[in-house]
Design a protein around this ligand. Structure first.
Ligand SMILES: Nc1nc2c(c(=O)[nH]1)N[C@H]1C(S)=C(S)[C@@H](COP(=O)(O)OP(=O)(O)OC[C@H]3O[C@@H](n4cnc5c(=O)[nH]c(N)nc54)[C@H](O)[C@@H]3O)O[C@H]1N2
Ligand SMILES: Nc1nc2c(c(=O)[nH]1)N[C@H]1C(S)=C(S)[C@@H](COP(=O)(O)OP(=O)(O)OC[C@H]3O[C@@H](n4cnc5c(=O)[nH]c(N)nc54)[C@H](O)[C@@H]3O)O[C@H]1N2
Ligand code: SF4
Ligand SMILES: [Mo]
Length: 693
């Protein structure tokens, strides 16, 4: 069923954007006929979406009706990667996959099979159901680390829970700090609410980012710090807050763990020290601290981006200490938001098959896929090699760190891979079996907002093209063939799964939610502002986190907020610090297939400060390469003074094939697990840069 919204003569159907984006927009999709969509727009009456969506989804017809959509199952016929495939039936393809999985299991045990997936769709049924298949069979488990692990660790260390101030409250803020998220590119709806605050209250907007990105262009003040130094900035600001009387001792005594120890710790970390580390001026730090200190309604909008550093967790923790010092949490429009993950109470046991989960089975680290596939004993937890994979909703041949190693792994002769995809991605191009997948418009699912507070149904709007089938179908069919089809969930439809899960979770069922279009799950003011206490057993915000409770690699973590110098520092050999920030017209690896997006992004380019360019003899548009011990990438330079000398920015993620050397930007990023509990430091890479002839 659909909720149809009659707008003039066109028939618009309510849906939700499935992409890996905190905005999770409430959509209205124009259905031209049973197979075709027209316009896509944001729901004007959703209080967060407020009628705004990004340009790439507004032109979704270009993606869903793309001539490159996969329409039939394919079987590899030539050498791996040479592009020769033949069409086969779904029956035959699924038989091949099941047989390969059984063979892998017979040779090395069930852990030799590694289902690999991520958030290409954020729908709970289609995204997470792969766990059910994995648990039913006892396959290697999957540790999701590529995106939110580092930032969550830092936020949770302080607040104990991943929730924050209602983003719509920004309209009541007098100061909004956009910290390490390029929201204009990555979650455009943040800007709707920021713009409202500016227009209605004259709110000041401060952007903290290593480069003058589109969000910084919008802000009043840009703190253009060195990558990986946010902890130092926050600590310098805290020093001023305490020294100049902006610290709210009543609030801290009631709501925090050790304000006296923090004050003592900050004594020898003045703004001069922070300036040295961050490359900002003392005046910039002091001015920001005073502005923050004197503004009651100050809102920190914290991104993921600044935590994609080896010290990202303590940096996030240091940032989230600020409102706990001034007590900004007490005020409407005050406090902070990173994401709202913990406001929901979804019962995922049916979808993910929790009853079948065996914690003794190894969980392989998503970000360490290169090490896993090349037989690194530690990455394999000392267990058997991975010899078979089912890959859905992700494109690791492009997006995984330490990409040369990943490529080597995928090219192994003894590795069987099945890739279920909407397009012939670079990962699909090395698969043994390729299965055609539906888009969100062609299947049913439930969605929940990260940067806001709504849950939504995204019911099927049109028929799938060709023989494209949903993820849920693949789990069901493989479960049948692998002898576990009788386990809970495998006989249900995606709609039934969604309905049952919603009801188990205490939410309205699928039909009701479709009719409602969305459910606003915003907690009350007191709870959202932690006025009932923070989510640790002692009810307090922790300036001194219990890092051991968060992850095993806690020994290096600072006791109190600090600059933890474990980043990939610039050296004589690798004098530049590279950030691989997201491009506006791509969404991770998605939309790199749509001509409008690639045309707008032009080509892979590295932003270089004019002083560095002059020293190295690099002219505007010149071919250059950058590299380190992990790899070398060929691209073109563009001169830009909106970053500190010694910093490079490559907006990402382009396909490998867009680079002249045939390997993309992740050839230089590292896959070492970030403390305390893993994650990939995509924006923390020291490289050399030189002209190419
Ligand atoms: N257009 C577009 N939208 C996207 C995506 C995309 O690729 N393109 N990706 C989606 C996904 S999966 C996610 S997780 C979100 C991520 O959304 P964001 O929270 O915005 O995180 P990032 O995209 O990693 O990086 C954003 C910013 O972090 C900055 N940054 C890097 N290092 C530092 C640092 O040390 N300190 C500070 N202060 N800033 C730093 C970068 O310069 C960049 O401007 O966006 C989603 N939306
Ligand atoms: N250099 C650099 N690398 C990065 C990052 C960075 O900032 N810089 N960001 C990292 C981050 S935060 C993330 S989250 C990752 C994300 O990287 P990816 O996981 O590759 O990201 P997506 O583009 O969201 O989704 C991948 C694929 O899912 C497919 N897909 C979508 N819906 C469905 C479906 O219903 N079924 C099936 N079977 N397939 C579907 C799409 O066609 C797409 O090819 O990249 C990481 N890599
Ligand atoms: S802003 Fe994000 S959630 Fe909204 S339509 Fe674009 S990709 Fe989807
Ligand atoms: Mo992400």
């Amino acid at each position: 069923m659909n909720a149809t919204l009659d707008k003039g003569s066109a028939r618009f159907v309510a849906s939700a954007c499935p992409h890996d984006c905190p905005s999770t927009c409430a959509l209205e999709v124009e259905r031209l006929d049973a197979h075709t969509i027209g316009r896509v727009r944001g729901a004007a009456d959703n209080s967060y979406t407020a009628g705004v969506i990004c340009a790439k989804v507004a032109r979704y017809a270009e993606r869903v009706h793309h001539p490159g959509r996969l329409l039939r199952p394919l079987q590899r016929t030539g050498a791996r990667g040479d592009g020769s495939y033949r069409e086969i039936s779904w029956e035959a393809a699924l038989d091949e996959v099941a047989e390969a999985f059984q063979k892998a299991e017979a040779a090395h045990g069930a852990e030799a099979v590694w289902p690999y997936h991520y958030a290409g769709t954020m729908g709970l049924v289609q995204r997470k159901g792969i766990y059910r298949l994995a648990h039913a069979k006892g396959y290697s488990r999957f540790q999701e680390t590529i995106c939110v692990t580092i930032s969550q660790a830092g936020y949770k260390a302080g607040c104990g829970r991943i929730t924050g101030t209602d983003p719509r409250e920004m309209a009541k803020s007098d100061l909004i700090v956009i910290w390490g998220t390029n929201a204009v590119h990555t979650q455009v709806n943040v800007m709707t609410h920021v713009a409202r605050a500016r227009k209605e209250r004259g709110a000041k907007v401060v952007v903290i980012d290593p480069y003058r990105n589109a969000t910084a262009e919008f802000g009043d003040t840009h703190l253009m710090l060195r990558p990986g130094t946010d902890g130092a900035l926050a600590v310098g600001v805290m020093h001023v807050l305490f020294a100049e009387g902006y610290a709210d001792w009543d609030y801290m005594r009631r709501y925090t763990d050790c304000p006296e120890a923090l004050e003592a710790h900050l004594k020898d970390r003045p703004p001069e020290w922070a300036a040295e580390v961050t490359g900002l001026s003392v005046q910039e730090i002091v001015d920001f601290a005073r502005l923050y200190g004197r503004t009651e309604r100050s809102y920190l909008r914290l991104g993921y981006g600044f935590a994609r550093q080896r010290n990202g967790a303590p940096n996030m923790h240091a940032a989230i200490c600020l409102p706990a010092i001034t007590g900004a949490w007490r005020h409407e429009g005050g406090g902070a938001l990173y994401v709202n993950g913990d406001i929901y109470h979804f019962d995922m046991s049916l979808i993910e098959g929790h009853a079948m989960r065996d914690e003794s089975i190894r969980a392989l680290d998503q970000s360490r896929i290169g090490a896993v596939l090349t037989g690194d004993a530690e990455a394999l937890h000392g267990g058997p090699p991975v010899t078979a994979m089912l890959i859905q909703n992700t494109n690791p041949m492009m997006v995984a760190p330490d990409l040369n190693v990943v490529h080597r792994g995928f090219m192994r002769d003894d590795l069987f891979t099945c890739v279920h995809e909407q397009f012939m991605t670079e990962t699909a191009q090395v698969a043994d079996i390729v299965l055609p997948a539906t888009t969100f418009l062609e299947h049913d699912d439930i969605y929940k907002g990260g940067g806001h507070q709504h849950i939504m149904m995204g019911p099927k709007v049109i028929e799938p093209p060709g023989e494209a089938r949903e993820n849920h179908y693949v789990f069901r069919e493989l479960a049948q063939r692998l002898g576990v089809g009788d386990r809970p969930g495998f006989a249900m439809s995606a709609w039934e799964m969604a309905d049952e899960t919603l009801k188990l979770s205490g939410y309205p069922g699928a039909a009701e939610l479709t009719e409602m279009r969305w459910l606003d799950c915003q907690p009350g003011f007191e709870e959202a502002h932690f006025l009932n206490g923070f989510a640790h057993p002692d009810g307090r915000f922790h300036f001194a986190p219990d890092w051991a409770a968060i992850g095993p690699a806690h020994a290096v973590m600072p006791k109190l907020p600090d600059h933890l110098n474990i980043i990939d520092v610039a050296t004589a050999e690798h004098p530049f610090r590279l950030v691989t920030a997201p491009a506006r017209n791509f969404l991770n690896s998605s939309f790199t297939e749509t001509p409008t997006s690639t045309k707008k992004e032009r080509r892979p380019e590295v932003m270089v400060h004019p002083d560095d360019a002059e020293r190295l003899g690099i002219a505007e548009g010149a071919p250059v390469s950058l590299g380190n011990a992990r790899g070398e990438v060929a691209l073109h330079a563009t001169l830009f003074d909106g970053l500190q000398p010694g910093v490079l920015i490559v907006e990402s993620i382009w396909p490998n094939s867009a680079f002249e050397g045939g390997i993309g930007i992740n050839a230089v990023t590292g896959a070492d697990a970030v403390p305390p509990n893993g994650g990939a430091a995509f924006h923390d890479t020291a490289v050399w840069l030189r002209p190419r002839n």
